[in-house]
Design a protein. Structure first.
Length: 221
């Protein structure tokens, strides 16, 4: 029988962001901590009106301990500015807090691997704690992993991007079919900024990405 993977026992109750960040540094809720350099927790204002949720830390994020500091993060900063959003006013985090990677034989270079459903589910208590503490009005899901973490396994970014959706009550995040009570704000899904970097038609894909962020900006008024 496999070991249960769940960050829940590591998440303190009634904690502020600094206490959550400190506790997350010791999380052993799934095996990803064994190879990652450190936990990469979210950062930004404690009362941010807008929260951006990505997939997981990348190589540079893992080394520096901060979200969105690599190439995708720099592109995100430029796109936010073009959409009329101040990056310093946004809370930035990831659905999974440890870097998942593989190394090719004979190489020390670390190649990103997408987290699976088990890892997304294991790490969800940290994301819920961040949502409940920050209580943003609008959440942007950056990519398919973030979308599934927030809206459940049926989410498809190709079908639902750029359209304002009701955010389920934070305690029901990841299982909106079971949600009870009024929506906790709105969610806008888009692609992950790394997808822009990989796109052969980068200019048009980037323009679409900025357009999706602008939808979130308009929701904030």
């Amino acid at each position: 029988m496999g070991v249960s993977q769940d960050a829940g026992p590591f998440v303190p109750g009634k904690a502020d962001l600094s206490e959550l960040r400190e506790a997350a540094a010791g999380c052993r809720g799934c095996p990803l901590y064994e190879r990652a350099t450190r936990t990469v927790f979210g950062e930004g204002p404690a009362a941010a009106r807008l929260m951006l949720v990505g997939e997981q830390p990348g190589d540079q994020e893992d080394r520096q301990g901060r979200p969105f500091v690599g190439p995708a993060g720099r592109l995100l900063g430029r796109a936010l500015a073009e959409a009329g959003i101040e990056r310093d006013a946004v809370y930035l985090t990831n659905a999974v807090k440890h870097f998942k990677f593989t190394c090719k034989e004979g190489s020390k270079r670390r190649f990103h691997q997408s987290p699976g459903a088990t890892e997304i589910n294991a790490c969800r208590p940290w994301l819920v704690a961040e949502l409940e503490t920050v209580s943003p009005e609008v959440v942007v899901a950056l990519g398919a992993v973030a979308g599934r973490a927030l809206l459940g396994p049926s989410f498809r970014v190709t079908r639902q991007r750029g359209v304002p959706l009701d955010c389920p009550p934070f305690e029901a995040i990841g299982a909106p079919a079971n949600a009870q009570g009024p929506p906790a704000g709105r969610i806008v899904a888009t692609i992950h900024p790394s997808a822009v970097l990989r796109a052969p038609d980068r200019d048009s894909v980037y323009a679409g990405f900025v357009g999706d962020l602008a939808v979130a900006a308009r929701l904030l008024g």
